[in-house]
Structure formats: structure tokens, C-alpha cells
Design a protein around this ligand. Structure first.
Ligand code: FAD
Length: 493
């Protein structure tokens, strides 16, 4: 074998290691090795993708490039020039933070993502709408994860989705840091000596290089407990709703593969199922979902009385926090409850129901209160201090919390990611802050109402332009004078 051929084989192997890596750390490490070997630096974000592409020419790599090239050809990205010079910090490496990061990078922005955890460990499974499947395929999801949405399957575990998105993000030169926690925004300094220094973030650990990163856009993608200041939250109070999620080991046997999934049965649609369940087991549910993915995943909404009757919840408290506090929950009884419901729900066809473990090494079963769901009043705001403007946006669960049994988190989260990218583009192109904010709020009004039925059906045409996705778009329904309060010039608290 000639030297050049051997070299190509080695590089091909490093690329394959990256593509096949199965953990967050593994992907980061394999990517680093590959870049070093190819003498490429992702910090050169404007030329990184084209250089990588030129150096990786195996048919496998080319199959991925052709997917990504197609995506990059959207006219909205202006050949990767739409946001050149814009610097973005994204807080949170969940699916929505990563999805937003990719879009911003495709427009040529410099993007840094910080993630406080050090691994992708969530077994829970997200329901995908047809458009999200189409979107992820377009990013080459199948090249990274062969089983992605095989056949009629329309779901993916959170950790697998994060991993796919991380790999795409790295390829388009997004900088990704684990073990870095956002604490708060730091205003540009007032003193003459530091004049010129812009917005930065206080982070943990404080001496991490990201502490020096100055940015003009910050995106809060840190999940339901949004840490960015200045966003009022609306609360939707429903009737008491207690959800239980449970993951069991999937050994991928034929017997397991035969068991039918339940893509959401609610009481009103199948009263007999729930009455039989109650009669036979004492378990009283409002709905149940079962997906076979990396694990056998169940999510169900349980009625309080049956949790009390079955000894899962010990004392009855009106206050839901007290009701579901760990001191008031019998963990063993909760495991039995979840297992019994899973067994009945699958007609006793799953041969074994051994719990999968969560990242703490405990059986992966959890109980959550869904009585109150939150949505942010606004999707974005602008802060200005000492002549430095900062565009602040929310995406994903930080913006609009999903109802898990319906699995709207990822679908609406990605729509918000695209809408945010569209806003950043307008911002980068010099439209006034009030115009940009007014348009963003007009589009945000549509988000809570989106369903698989009422969004655009032509997924092939979807781009970050909201007009390609929302058929009834009126992007001027909120006027610039109505968003003046979102232009904030006062000091941060
Ligand atoms: P998330 O997925 O919550 O990601 C937020 C990320 O931000 C996390 O990785 C977090 O570590 C990081 N982060 C938080 N604070 C900081 C900070 N200060 N600095 C840096 N990083 C930070 N949906 C369902 O449909 N079904 C389910 O069963 C389900 N289970 C879930 C279980 C858990 C434990 C959680 C947290 C969420 C679950 N969801 C579920 C919701 C679903 O995960 C989200 O809708 C979806 O992942 C999109 O969310 P996101 O990217 O906006 O936020």
C-alpha cells in the first residue's frame, strides 16, 4: 500500500471513530483527534467545514457532505455569510440549544455552547413530528445513527438526539464545552480602561476560557429552569397532573420487537383499557405512552388517589411539592407501580421488565408534577449598556414548556430554534432592535398553537424563514412600539 493510501485509510478510520462514537465525551475526543490529525482548527469557523470536506473524501464522508451541502444551499444562509461577525453564546446543550447552534453556525456566526453536565445521560424518549424527522434526516442523522427513525418509528431517546446534534454542530464549527455552567450575564465595563469590552458571562468554573468570550447574542436553552433575567413567565394551571416516566432494559430480542408500541392512549379514547387496568391492578391512569427505543420507555399520567391507595405516595397533601417530595414517596412502591402499569399496557408481552439505570446508577423511574406549566411572556429582548447591544433570546423548554405525554418539546423547540435563527439574521443585517423584536414576538404568538396538522406540509421547503413553515403567518401583528419594554437599558440586578 502506498504511503498516501495508508494515510487516507488512517484518516478515514479517525473519521469513522468520530461518526460512531457513542458518548458526548467520546465524540468530543474523537473530533479533537481528527482535527489534530488533519491540522484543522475549528476556531477558524469560516473555513472549517470546507477544509474538513476537502480532506475527508471517503464515500461515507461524501454521503454526509452531500446532505449538509444541500442544507447549506438554503438561500437564507447567504452561502454562510448571513451572520459573519456575529458572536453567539448558547446556554445549554440539550436538543434545542444544539439545534439553534447549528442554524447560527450555518449562517457564519461564531457559536459557543456551554453545558453544565459532563454527559448525555437521559434515557427518556422524545416524540418526533414528521417535520422533525425530515429535518434531522437532512442533517445526516442516519449517517450517525443507523437506526434513526427506522420504518414507522417516530421517536428517539434524548441522549441519542443530543449526540447526533452534537456531531453535526462540531462539523459546522460550533464550539462545545461540557462542565461549564452559566451563572449570569456580565455587563460591559464602564471604565475607560476597559472600554471596548462587550457582554460576557459569569460561569463556573470562573477561570474557564469561555469567561473571556464576548458575544452579541445570547440564547437561553437551559431547560425549564431558565436562568436568564428579564423574562416574565406565564403559568398555565391545569388540574393536578402527576407524570411517571420509566425505562426498562431493551435486550433487542425478537419477542421484545413484537410488542406493540403505544403512541399515546388517553382515557377519553379508550375507556375500557383504563377501566380494566384499574380493576385488575388498582392503577388509575389518564394516559400512557410506550416507545421501544434504546430502552423500553413509558410515560403515564397517574391519578393521585391510586398513588395513595398503592402506597406510592404516603400522605395526602394539597401542596403538590410536599405531596411528591422524596420523603413522601415510597420508591419501592413507585417502581412496582410503574412496572405493573408497563406490564399491563403491553399485555404482559415484554419478557423481562428490568429497570434501566439512570446517570446516578438508580432504576430510571421518576415522578413529576405537571400541574403548572410555564411559558415565557416574550421570546426575546435587547439589553444595551454603554453602547453595547445584546440580543437575548429563549428557545426550547426555557421558552415554552411541553406536556411530556404529548411530546411537544422537541417539535415546538426546533420551530423556536429556526425562528430564533431568523431573528439573529435580521439582527445581523442591521434591522433596528424594535423591528427585530416586534417580528420575533409576532411569530412567537403562533408557537403554542402549533400542531402536526396546522404547520406547513411541504417539509422540503422548510427553512429558517417562518413563511416556509407557518401557513397563517402575520409577522407584523406585533408593532415595534408595542415592544419598547423589551429594549432594556437599565442595569442588571
Ligand atoms: P433540555 O433538554 O432540558 O436541555 C437543557 C440543557 O441545559 C441540559 O443539558 C442542562 O444540563 C443544561 N443546563 C441547564 N442549566 C444550565 C446552566 N446554567 N449552564 C449550562 N447548561 C445548563 N420530554 C418528553 O417529551 N418526554 C420525556 O419523558 C421527557 N423527560 C425529560 C426528563 C428530564 C430529566 C428533562 C430535564 C426533560 C425531559 N423532557 C421530556 C423534556 C425534553 O427533554 C425537552 O422538551 C427537550 O429535550 C428539549 O429541551 P431543551 O433542549 O429546551 O432543554
Amino acid at each position: 500500500m502506498g504511503e498516501m493510501e495508508e494515510d487516507r485509510d488512517n484518516v478515514g478510520k479517525l473519521f469513522e471513530d468520530f461518526v460512531q462514537s457513542s458518548t458526548c465525551k467520546g465524540a468530543l475526543q474523537a473530533f479533537n483527534v481528527l482535527c489534530r490529525r488533519l491540522d484543522l482548527d475549528p476556531a477558524d469557523n469560516d473555513i472549517f467545514y470546507s477544509s474538513l470536506k476537502a480532506k475527508l473524501t471517503s464515500w461515507k464522508a461524501q454521503a454526509l457532505w452531500s446532505k449538509l451541502d444541500k442544507r447549506m444551499s438554503h438561500k437564507e444562509y447567504k452561502k454562510g455569510q448571513a451572520c459573519v461577525g456575529t458572536k453567539c453564546l448558547i446556554i445549554g446543550g440539550g436538543p434545542c440549544g444544539l439545534r439553534t447552534a447549528i442554524e447560527l453556525a450555518l449562517m457564519g456566526a461564531k457559536v459557543v455552547v456551554i453545558e453544565k453536565r459532563d454527559s448525555f445521560a437521559r434515557n427518556n424518549v422524545l416524540h418526533l413530528w414528521p417535520y422533525t424527522i425530515h429535518d434531522l434526516r437532512g442533517l445526516g442523522a442516519k449517517k450517525f445513527y443507523g437506526k434513526f427513525c427506522a420504518g414507522a418509528i417516530d421517536h428517539i431517546s434524548i441522549q441519542k438526539l443530543q449526540l447526533v446534534l452534537l456531531k453535526v454542530a462540531l462539523i459546522v464549527a460550533v464550539e462545545f464545552h461540557i462542565n461549564v455552567e452559566f451563572v449570569k450575564l456580565l455587563e460591559p465595563p464602564e471604565d475607560q480602561e476597559n472600554e471596548g469590552i462587550g457582554w460576557r458571562a459569569a460561569i463556573r468554573p470562573a477561570d474557564h476560557p469561555v469567561a473571556n468570550f464576548e458575544f452579541d447574542v445570547v440564547v437561553g436553552a437551559d431547560g425549564r429552569r431558565n436562568t436568564l433575567e428579564g423574562f416574565k413567565r406565564k403559568e398555565f394551571r391545569g388540574k393536578l397532573a402527576i407524570a411517571i416516566t420509566a425505562n426498562f432494559i431493551n435486550r433487542n430480542t425478537t419477542a421484545e420487537a413484537r410488542v406493540e408500541e403505544i403512541s399515546g392512549v388517553a382515557f377519553i379514547f379508550n375507556q375500557k383499557f383504563f377501566l380494566d387496568l384499574k380493576e385488575e391492578t388498582g392503577i388509575d391512569l389518564e394516559n400512557i405512552v410506550y416507545y421501544r427505543d434504546n430502552t423500553h420507555y413509558f410515560v403515564m399520567t397517574a391519578k393521585k388517589q391510586s398513588l395513595l391507595d398503592k402506597g406510592v405516595v404516603i400522605h395526602d397533601y394539597i401542596d403538590t411539592q410536599m405531596l411528591l417530595s422524596s420523603a413522601n414517596v415510597n420508591q419501592e412502591a413507585l417502581l412496582c407501580y410503574a412496572r405493573e402499569a408497563a406490564d399491563f399496557g403491553t399485555n404482559y408481552q415484554l419478557p423481562t421488565l428490568d429497570f434501566a439505570m439512570n446517570h446516578c446508577g438508580q432504576p430510571d423511574v421518576a415522578m413529576f408534577d405537571f400541574t403548572n406549566m410555564y411559558a415565557s411572556d416574550n421570546a426575546a429582548l435587547v439589553r444595551e449598556r454603554f453602547g453595547h447591544q445584546l440580543l437575548v433570546a429563549l428557545v426550547g423548554d426555557s421558552l415554552l414548556e411541553p406536556f411530556w405525554p404529548m411530546g411537544t418539546g422537541c417539535a415546538r423547540g426546533f420551530l423556536a430554534a429556526f425562528d430564533t435563527a431568523w431573528m439573529v439574521k435580521s439582527w445581523a443585517q442591521g434591522r433596528t432592535a424594535l423591528e427585530v423584536l416586534a417580528e420575533r414576538e409576532s411569530i412567537y404568538r403562533l408557537l403554542p398553537q402549533t400542531t402536526t396538522e396546522n404547520i406547513g406540509k411541504n417539509f422540503e421547503q422548510y427553512t429558517i424563514d417562518p413563511g416556509t413553515r407557518y401557513p397563517n403567518l402575520n409577522s407584523a401583528c406585533v408593532r415595534p412600539h408595542q415592544v419598547r419594554h423589551l429594549y432594556i437599558t437599565t442595569e442588571l440586578s
